[in-house]
Design a binder for this molecule. Sequence first.
Ligand SMILES: Cc1ncc(COP(=O)(O)O)c(C=O)c1O
Length: 401
Amino acid sequence: MSVQRSLFDEVMVPTYNPPEIIPVSGKGSRVWDQEGREYIDFAGGIAVNCLGHCHPDVVEALQEQSQKLWHLSNVMTNEPALNLAKSLTEKTFADRVYFANSGAEANEAAFKLVRRYAIEQHGEDKTKIISFTRAFHGRTFFAVTVGGQEAYSAGFGPRPGNIVHCDFNDIEQFKALIDDDTCAVIMEPIQGEGGIIEADPHFAHEVRKLCDQHKALLVFDEVQTGVGRTGSLYAYESLGVEPDVLTTAKALGAGFPIAAMLTKEHIAACFKAGVHGSTYGGNPLACAVGLKVLDIVSDPKLLEQVTVKSERLKEGLKTIGERYDVFSDVRGKGLLIGAELKPEFHGKARELLNHGLQQGVMCLVAGPNILRLTPSLIIPDKDIDEGLTRLDAAVKCMVSV
Ligand SMILES: Cc1ncc(COP(=O)(O)O)c(C=O)c1O
């Protein structure tokens, strides 16, 4: 059955407003729509498709598991979940794993865990959560309240309480907020949705120190930065600051829904049987995919290439920026890249994205002024170059309107 974009407005809850095209297939970093038009994918499913579309090894892992066992729920454990949890603990600071299905759910688990742990260890008053302005942690009610955009939690009635926000990278403000009633601090090593803003390493180290002084847990939301995106398996490694809890999703499934919350044994111990759970969390299909993805992405050679490709893409963006005098900044780490529009083009990021589609390149935005690119970690150089050529044409359209 051939369907069209107009059906979206008839049958979908209008939480989104997608463009007219409907992509139908993808291979590597190229995607084709219903009309057979080709796009270079610089969006990567919003930092999800870390191995491009239909990576043969990932397809094989999914197909193999699909012939064996699809689902049991958590009344039983399963081999892929155990293998993936083992691999995650071997490759990170963590020694315990909880599986969920989305970034927001992994964060929900983390927020409940840090509250539970603090209350059990230190008493009922230790519930304050410190988060950061412009942070994004997903769309559950707890997650939007912890997140740093007030508008996302407005209009839904009373919010979860005792959550405060600090300006990102402002250590003096942070010092004034943290106290012995603080149970946890939640931060993204690089704010993604907030505009590709890196945590200052000095700030992150001070936050870690102050968390220890006040017996507060440090949670890193690595939903966007994790699984190779910034050139290390997790961004905390290159920041040199180890969290107590880490959430990961998006690229862990490379396009198949899976998420995980990682933590230490003594913290995990407060989540006893029945305290938290999920029907689909740890699903064998998702975990078989996750295991294969983690295996491929943790290869040091692949991770090195992320930084090399990052330079190529950033250089190309800078050249376009200079040619049309449009970008005030090109920033980001690895393949989490932002190009900020100059003040005279403020508010035009979405327009640029639409021009990109016209020219055959898929991009993202981070707010009204920032073009965001999160392509596959293994995007071929020729696709980077071709995507840049098409983006150049899109920018030309934007400036000539
Ligand atoms: C840092 C961060 N945390 C959490 C989320 C939410 O993840 P999900 O949409 O899978 O719930 C996102 C999604 O963009 C994110 O960037």
